[in-house]
Design a protein around this ligand. Structure first.
Ligand code: ATP
Ligand code: MG
Length: 295
């Protein structure tokens, strides 16, 4: 009998604030999903990978139960789902992904005076993250109560359901619209790749390929390909201005006094950098995006 092919199962959020960036990342890694985003299981043609589309809260459970091998989830959800459970023992953060950054904060109605954590003693705080909140309160020896709500947490104080809230904040606009003020940041979050600790050698090999590609995608996103012409006499000064470039390629030009410089810059190239290059004598400065990079 033919051996069943080993495939790596990846759990992604079906739709929401993580899904678009997650799909984009996989697509840049060469994992175009054949069935599109509608079906719950998508197969990749290029690598032995299947993708399951879930609610983000289910990602940690699917990975720890072994239905999926890795998944993309916010650290906030990962911590809430695993705090004080056996589930967390099977899981490890394989890579921080740097997108969907947000923070979990305590916010109070703007009329309420706030000087220190002491001021929330005895308060009821509405939250979708009762375990993270309780953990924070216990660590700070504050006796307050977490009231679990699944959504629309920000309306709880005006309805008299709670004295304040503990919720995800990114710009703060939602809080402001509900007359709330952020008073304590309790957890900083971003999207992470979470994996099961005990993975077979075959699966880990597929994971390593994906991780290398993700590193390449992230390095390429930050990097630029710079091309410019430089008078030979100014070459040293001009090369010193190129941000994060190792050893530029120097190409002779028809004009013997000049050379072309090509360099991969691993750091952002700002307008001010281009202006400095021009002041140093560079001409025809071109900055090009890099699509892929194997580092
Ligand atoms: P699901 O239907 O899958 O359960 P959800 O409604 O629980 O989705 P989303 O609002 O899509 O969750 O947010 C998913 C994750 O994105 C959050 O857990 C958090 O890590 C991150 N996130 C939430 N709000 C923001 C934001 N304003 N900016 C950036 N990232 C955010
Ligand atoms: Mg959710």
């Amino acid at each position: 009998m033919k051996n069943k092919e080993t495939r790596l199962n990846i759990a992604l959020q079906k739709s929401g604030r993580l899904s678009e960036k997650s799909f984009e990342l996989l697509s840049k890694c060469g994992l175009e999903l054949a069935q599109g985003k509608r079906s719950l299981i998508c197969r990749s043609q290029e690598l032995p990978v299947d993708v399951l589309l879930l609610r983000d809260d289910d990602v940690p459970t699917f990975v720890s139960e072994g239905v999926c091998d890795i998944g993309i989830v916010g650290q906030n959800v990962l911590l809430e789902e695993t705090l004080g459970t056996k589930e967390g023992e099977n899981l490890e953060t394989v890579m921080e992904l740097g997108f969907s950054g947000c923070r979990l904060s305590i916010a109070l109605p703007k009329e309420k005076e706030y000087n220190s954590l002491e001021d929330i003693k005895g308060c009821k705080l509405a939250t979708t993250y009762p375990k993270i909140l309780q953990n924070f309160l216990d660590k700070n020896k504050i006796n307050a109560m977490a009231v679990k709500m699944e959504g629309s947490v920000e309306i709880a104080p005006s309805l008299g359901l709670a004295d304040g809230i503990c919720d995800i904040v990114s710009s703060g606009a939602t809080l402001e619209a509900h007359g709330l003020v952020e008073v304590e940041k309790i957890f900083q979050s971003q999207a992470v790749l979470v994996g099961r600790k005990n993975m077979s050698v075959e699966k880990r090999a597929i994971l390593v390929t994906i991780l290398e590609r993700i590193k390449g995608v992230r390095a390429a996103a930050k990097s630029k390909y710079v091309m410019l012409n430089a008078p030979k006499s100014k070459l040293k000064d001009i090369c010193a201005l190129l941000p994060g470039s190792e050893s530029p390629t120097i190409i002779p030009l028809a004009d013997e006094n000049k050379v072309a410089v090509h360099a991969v810059c691993l750091e952002p190239v700002f307008w001010s950098t281009m202006e400095s290059l021009k002041s140093a004598g560079a001409t025809s400065v071109l900055i090009l995006p890099i699509e892929k990079m194997l580092v």
